[in-house]
Design a protein around this ligand. Sequence first.
Ligand code: NAD
Length: 437
Amino acid sequence: MRIAMIGTGYVGLVSGACFSEFGVHVCCVDKDAEKIERLKRGEIPIYEPGLDDLVARNVAAGRLSFTLDLKEAMQGVDAVFIAVGTPTRRGDGHADLSYVYAAAEEIAANLDHYTVVVTKSTVPVGTGREVESIIRRVRPAAEFDVASNPEFLREGSAIGDFMRPDRVVIGAGSERAAEVMRRLYRPLYLIETPIVLTSLETAELTKYAANTFLAAKITFINEIADLCEKVGADVHDVARGIGLDGRIGKKFLHPGPGYGGSCFPKDTLALVRTAQQVGSPLRIIETVVDINDKRKKAMAERIVAACGGSVEGRTVAVLGVTFKPNTDDMRDSPSLDIIPALQKAGAHVRAFDPAGMHEAARLLPGVEWAKDAYGTLQDADCVAILTEWNEFRALDLKRVKASLKRPVMVDLRNIYNPEDMVRAGFSYSSIGRPGKA
Ligand code: NAD
């Protein structure tokens, strides 16, 4: 089989490379000439574990290629996937569909045989129908069907998520399109991956329902963590105590500074707007959005409090700025709220992140960037852990303590044990656990 993938970002590049690993011929297209040049040279423009080997292997096998030219990419394809960004539209919180619609126009101009046009981007209900009418308007006689195939991969474990997903959701407008999609995902049928085959609208909504549910679960445990702090309970034991109930499940019950990243913030907001627009408001998700926004902002206050109520003229060492480990993605990371708030309160921030500093340097002016974790600490008044990268989990605590001006640690990811930290002589605070010294 043969497909074109429009957009070589976190989703398009990973999905394209994984489909080629399944044996499909994949041509990835992007408008960003620099990205395509780098990919052609064998460089991977994003940080995603395992992606370099996967891409190199499939390029060498002649199944994966990159181009700026959609016409070339669409030659002889069974399907063309749209995997472009759908960020929050400025001003009103709806998803910005301009990239998706632009891609639809470009596809229309290049259709020359029956092709399934698949939206892989996360798009509001009704977008597939709009893509269909855009193409129909430009090319009334073209032979095509539109399908929705939302992507559930997570950055940092994207390849494994794509290759062994919990399920695949396909919304297809016709049996012919459904058959093309079934053939594309045949390797996953063979490992008995459940395939939810449904309508376009249902597939589109399923993606938002999944992301908003997960955002609500995180927000729930964050609020329980706050309550734990007030009543002297331990949120980790609460999470385990409820998570072992099969109806609740263990995952996504880890408290932290509030969800961030390229999906949850924009998708929760977009679904809230869709629901309001059709007169069926999602009050739970409206509240989740509000709580999470306030939470990210409140995290800076925790750090200020740990520094004795003021950071004026103080140095705060920050470990991790990406929204989660194993990615360089900075979109909507809690650090983008926390660090400017600390700076506004008069702090000098010295930070390190294993993969995110290049992008972060652009977004966080005034931060002093260190070469490694220990490089942030010298004479700092406090160290704050914002992202749970593995290399921050086993720091040499003696060295940390010796480097800091005061042994103060604010662990917003709960990667250290409170008793150990107190024993090591730290004034340690984390989220939702007793043992604050
Ligand atoms: P991204 O911003 O990393 O990549 C989008 C790419 O599309 C960019 O390289 C851009 O240059 C390119 N592009 C835009 N318009 C184009 C056009 N007309 N022709 C060719 N290329 C074009 O975005 P992403 O993180 O990969 O997300 C893509 C979609 O997938 C979004 O809707 C997102 O919500 C969804 N999604 C993302 C994730 C994730 O973890 N990042 C997971 C699941 C779903």
